[in-house]
Every structure is written in structure tokens, then in C-alpha cells.
Design a protein around this ligand. Sequence first.
Ligand code: ADP
Ligand code: MG
Length: 348
Amino acid sequence: TDSEKTVVSGNSNSGSASTDSEKTMAHRINSQDSQVGFQRAAQSVLSSREWDIPLNEVNLEGKLGEGQFGVVYRGNWHGAVAVKMLNMESASHRRRSEIMATFKQEVAIFRKTRHENLVLFMGACVKPPNLAIVTSLCKGITLYRHLHLRGDKFNLSKIASIALQVCLGMGYLHARGILHKDLKTKNIFYENGKIVITDFGLFSVVKLCQDGRKGNYLTIPHGWLCYLAPELLKDLRPGVEHPDLSFSTRSDVYAFGTVFFELLTGTWPFRRQPPESVIYQVSKGIKPSLANFQSTVDFKEILMSCWAFQAHDRPDFARLQMHLLRLPKRKLTRCPSQPSNLARSTES
Ligand code: ADP
Ligand code: MG
């Protein structure tokens, strides 16, 4: 049911011991650069080196799956890790340098994150043609798997706890100036009540890699549309080959709204409707009806505020945290709108 997938060569050697980052930096540091600039650049080479992981040091133990980024392997590198291999195959030569630069930028962003609700970045392999990101291996399974594959239901107090943890992780990212751009239940892991968010900030490099694919520019990955805020949908016009999606903190909040809807209903908004119809409705500000599911007024209000048509009318994650913390505990425990069968889910 997933979108069409990319294929990676599976070559896990680290390649020749080329000093690519040095070459790039040497190229950038031209004679006009001041001494200070040079020192900064030298430091940045050093610090990016710190995070270099030669892929031949990582024991790849099998494929975890495949997503927009490429193939994800389970591996061992001083403990259990996930290795995301980037597929650059379909990119033209000219585009590859752009991809490399974006990749390095994204790695620099990743490095800055330390929060208990965010996946732990361990390092990256930045030696072309191998581009990979190594993170800790998430335990448990994704919310997507819980809700849509296993049909697990969460009671309201669990939903409040999950939503709060997502808001804490996202609030942290935004406070550090990082947009997620791809918040969805597939990128949120749940284990024993704990939430871990993955794949923040990787969207640009993925997009660059995919843009090179012939005839692919109008393909909308399955399950992606319902996370896109109205202002982003406007950029998705047919014929626009490389839409510059205007992501913002508030488009991340919109995506959170969809995650919240999935948690409350166990399904997607606009389910089984063709993409054109979803785009039309969202662009006009038409929202899915909330009449058919039981929940408290507070939850529905939070959801609707995240889905506000105008980006500036949506709350930020700090405000959402406040709302979620203030939910009356009595109502949460007394109103189990859905029976919780998650006792069994903690086995994973
Ligand atoms: P998507 O997020 O669209 O599912 P990804 O490329 O991110 O695609 O992931 C591919 C597969 O690898 C998915 O099954 C995902 O759950 C799994 N995966 C990704 N990152 C991790 C991780 N850090 N720990 C465990 N599994 C992961
Ligand atoms: Mg993912």
C-alpha cells in the first residue's frame, strides 16, 4: 500500500579513503576568506569528522524496511543501530553535489538534537556514493503500525500522554530552529508508554533525490497528503516540477493535528477519497467531520486548532503542551471513548 519505493545498491563499503570533506572545504575556502573564516571552516571540518562513521565498521544485520529516504538496515555499531542509506542513483551528476551539500546541512542539524522524545543521532557516512545516517534503533513499533495495521486502540489518557510527548519533542525541535517537515505516525515510535520521533529535517535531501526521477514529480506518496497544511497544498499544482513547499513551524503543527486525529479515531482523515478531492477540500478549508467519533470537547478543540486554515491561527507546540497538561484528569479516566487493548502492545 505504500508509495513506490527507491532501490539502493546495498553496497555497504565505505569506499576509498577519499578526503571529500577536505576537498569541499578547500574549494570553499578561497583566498578572500579571512583568517577567522578559515578557522571556522577548519573547525567545521573537524566537527563533521567527529560524526563520520565508516560504513564498514557497522555490522549490517538485515533490512528493516524501505521508505522515501532509501533502505533502512538494522545494524550494530557499539550497540543496536538503524542505518538509513540514501539513494542517489537517480540523481544527475550535477544534482549530486547539491544533494551532498544538503545532506551535510541536515547532518549538522541532526547533530544538535538531544531530547528524550527524539531518536538519537549517532553519526553519518558522508563518503559518496555512500550517504547514510546512523541513529539508535527504536524499540517498540510505530504508531502507524499500532493504529492502522494492528488496529490497537488507545484510551484518552494514553492519547493525552502520547500527544504531550510528541509536543515536547516537537517543541524542542522548533526551539532549536529545526522544522520536522515529515511528522507522521510512521515516524513516531511507541514503546512502553514512551514516544520517540524520527526523521526530522531529512525531507529536503529526500526531495532532491526524488526530483531526478523521470516522470515522478506528480507522484504523491500514499498517506502523505493528509499531513499537508492547506498552504503547502497550494504549492502542489500539476505541472510544477519542483514545488518549493513552504514549510513552517505551523505546518508541523497541522501535521501533528493529523497524528492526533489518527490517535483519536484509528483512521485517516479523508480516507479512501481520491487525492484531487482531498486537495480540493483542504484548500477550501473543509475539514473531516468529527461527529462520528466519541471524544471530549477538549480533544476536539485541540484538534481543530491544529487544523486551523490560517497558519497563524494554529497554536505552537508550547501552547499545545499547556493545553494537554491542563486536561481534566477526571474526564480522561472517566471517558474511555475507545476500549484500550494496548495491554498487549507493550510486548513489542
Ligand atoms: P517510513 O518512515 O516512511 O516508514 P523510513 O525510511 O523512515 O520510511 O523507514 C523504513 C522502515 O525502517 C520503517 O519500517 C521504519 O519503521 C524503520 N525504521 C526507520 N528508522 C528506524 C529506527 N531508528 N529504528 C527502528 N526502525 C526504524
Ligand atoms: Mg521514517
